[in-house]
Ligand binder design. Structure first.
Ligand code: F6R
Length: 361
């Protein structure tokens, strides 16, 4: 049941304020400015001995893991990174007893992720799951974890589950941070930010008409570039994947700082760039990248907290805490991919060559 929407993707994008509300519900502890995550099966003493976190997933779940790794590093100060599960499992990785492994999956059935979990467990590693589908194979195989409570996701491409997974990682980062060195004040600040998310997403969804108009311009593009820096880079990766999957427009995502090391050669009026430009300590650096693109007559669409002078158009999103901004900045780009694909007459809920859950190698 599409509940009055034309596609499941549109329904699922629209459901995000409620979905985020669900992942937060019952977990926030205002007394200690932390969150309770009972399913982790990780007592505080054990949590303090973790020296590294490795996050594994595929596709959109891998991108959510990249943002998650950044959240864990910045809030809990534990070295963390994400890697595609299939790459991890075929490179004979060093499995270290002080590393906590986290498997991310919407379906909980993705074979490459499941196989990585099984190999890790066979070697004695501790593996947590960040999963949407309750009781799925990865959820059962993991030593503990958290459900992201996005609700059923029917469209082949993931939207609300991506957002909820990132919020789940913010909760995990806050939890680990408050066991370690994150102050009460910072804990409070993050909790206030988390509580603002559903209302701010609601606000972003109101810019759909504006994004729809923009999408008509981009529907003719052969190729598009997505750039971001540090927290913004995984947002660029995910936005680029979403556009490719449903519109079949070729897209690339690059760290903004890497432009000058090669891809700047591609910039010309026919290759539009979507730039993630949060109002944080990297704002001036990001503006520099916009200038470089403008100097080569590239068209720019910025997602930012204030209109960007060098951009042809800015989608302005509400500001949250720096750490949580990536959650909001991805949402207008889901709508951009959606309306671009719609303008091109694509089968949005069932893009060619793709399946909702990839249970083969
Ligand atoms: C992208 C998409 C895929 C999945 C990937 C992993 O929109 O849907 O890239 O994210 O196949 O699937 P899960 O999260 O079910 O393990």
């Amino acid at each position: 049941d599409m509940g009055g929407h034309d596609t499941f993707m549109h329904k699922e994008i629209s459901e995000q304020p409620d979905a985020v509300d669900r992942v937060l519900r019952g977990r926030i502890d205002d007394r200690f400015s932390t969150v309770h995550l009972g399913g982790l099966n990780l007592d505080p003493r054990e949590a303090r001995t973790i020296r590294r976190i490795k996050i594994l997933g595929c596709g959109t779940s891998y991108h959510a893991g990249l943002i998650g790794a950044g959240l864990i590093e910045s809030m809990a100060r534990i070295p963390a990174d994400a890697e595609p599960a299939s790459e991890f499992r075929y490179r004979n990785p060093v499995v270290d007893p002080d590393t906590l492994y986290i498997a991310v999956s919407q379906s909980g059935e993705t074979y490459d992720v499941l196989a990585a979990v099984q190999e890790l467990k066979r070697k004695g590693a501790r593996v947590l799951g960040v999963v949407n589908v309750v009781g799925s194979a990865i959820a059962r195989e993991a030593d503990g974890g958290m459900y992201v409570h996005a609700g059923p996701e029917v469209c082949v491409v993931s939207t609300k589950c991506f957002t909820n997974t990132v919020v789940a990682f913010a909760l995990l980062a806050l939890h680990l941070g408050r066991i370690r060195d994150l102050s009460v004040t910072d804990g409070k600040r993050i909790i206030e930010g988390l509580r603002k998310l559903p209302g701010q997403i609601e606000e972003i969804l109101k810019s759909e008409d504006e994004i729809k108009k923009l999408a008509k311009e981009y529907a003719g593009a052969q190729s598009m570039m997505f750039i971001g820096r540090v927290r913004g880079y995984p947002v660029a990766l995910e936005a680029s994947l979403k556009l490719k999957e449903i519109s079949y427009i070729h897209a690339e995502a690059y760290p903004a700082s890497e432009l000058k090391h090669g891809p700047l050669a591609l910039i010309e009026p026919a290759l539009p760039t979507v730039a993630i430009v949060p109002d944080d300590d990297l704002l001036e650096k990001n503006r520099g990248a916009l200038e470089e693109i403008k100097a080569r007559s590239g068209r720019i669409l910025a997602v930012a907290h204030q209109p960007q002078e060098k951009a042809d158009h800015t989608i302005v999103v509400p500001k949250n805490e720096d750490e949580l901004d990536p959650i909001l900045m991805g949402i207008p780009l889901q709508l951009l991919a959606y309306h671009t694909a719609l303008a091109m007459g694509r089968d949005i809920d069932k893009p060619r060559n793709l399946a909702k859950s990839v249970t083969v190698e």
